[in-house]
Unconditional design. Sequence first.
Length: 385
Amino acid sequence: MSLSSVAVRQGTACGHDHLVEFYETEGFLVDTVCGFLAPTLYEGDAAIVIATPEHRAAFASALDEAGVDLKAAVREGRYVALDAREVLARFMVDGVPDPRRFARTVSAVMDRARAGERKLRAYGEMVALLWADGDVEAALALEDLWNDLGDVRSFELLCAYPMRAFEAAGSAEAFQRVCDQHTSVIPTEAYSLLADEAERTRAVARLQQETAALHAEVLRLREQREVLAELAYVDALTGLANRRAFDLHLEREWALTLRDNVDSFVVVADLDRFKQLNDSCGHAAGDLVLREFAGALRVAARSTDILARIGGDEFGVLLIRCDERAAHSFKARLREAMAATPWPALAQIGASLGHASLLESMSPLKALERADLAMFARKRSSYAL
């Protein structure tokens, strides 16, 4: 395959010829590398390959089949094939390519291959190996070092990445950075091997449609995830936090209370005679009462307080950074809010409340238990708002 027949995207990130190919099959990679290196070897110039053992063998076989006298090129020092892992080991320091070691290592190889002022083409897949190892930043840094070297030496370079390397979520930005580091981008065979420009135009249109559809699907899934996350921590009936969210807030506030030595209070509220209401008026009336009580809690609470439905007819409130007087003030405001609430007909609504200091509790669970005990003591004594 002639490299000149491959559709490319022109970039502006570097001033020399630095190509990158994205491939899906090994055969396409071999064809492209052979098409890149064979012309310079035909003309008596030099080529360097820095690749895995499997790829070096495949490239050598393809060049032989293309009529390149590879043995002569090797004997004359015009064809140099090196192991990518071994070359990497010469200049990587603590997982990062060292600029001086890189320049010294690669320049020495280039000088031998370019003896007699030969033109030089190089193929390298060290960046692809780093990427496959998960060292994305190291791979991008190495691409930059190749560009720096291209500013002071004359050569053409081809890099290649398997397209599967960019399948992970969030890889779009890194993919764009790779493209920007190269003067030309060779798309995968799905595009490059199409017969004519009309087919390529249709392929681009299909890709644009698929991209738009994928973008819409990503937005839909993101919205769905946000809804699911909300459902995981919100009580659907009242719109307050649920027990899971309340426990997390309670644990956090207890830790902050101990750290800052500033108290907060937990309040537990239980509706009185709720079961009788459900039995006599039905669950619809019961649900309405729960929603109305949640509304009364919102009226009574401050903007910094945390409200939750933590059981069937049991509610929890975290009064943030306050003293016990604030707990009593909250109860008074709740009493007023309940008095102004339009409860269902025949519903005799009351609530028993208990509170406990977080600062005086050995754990978040102990604080909740103390508030529960205080609430049940008031319920037994028929205390209600």
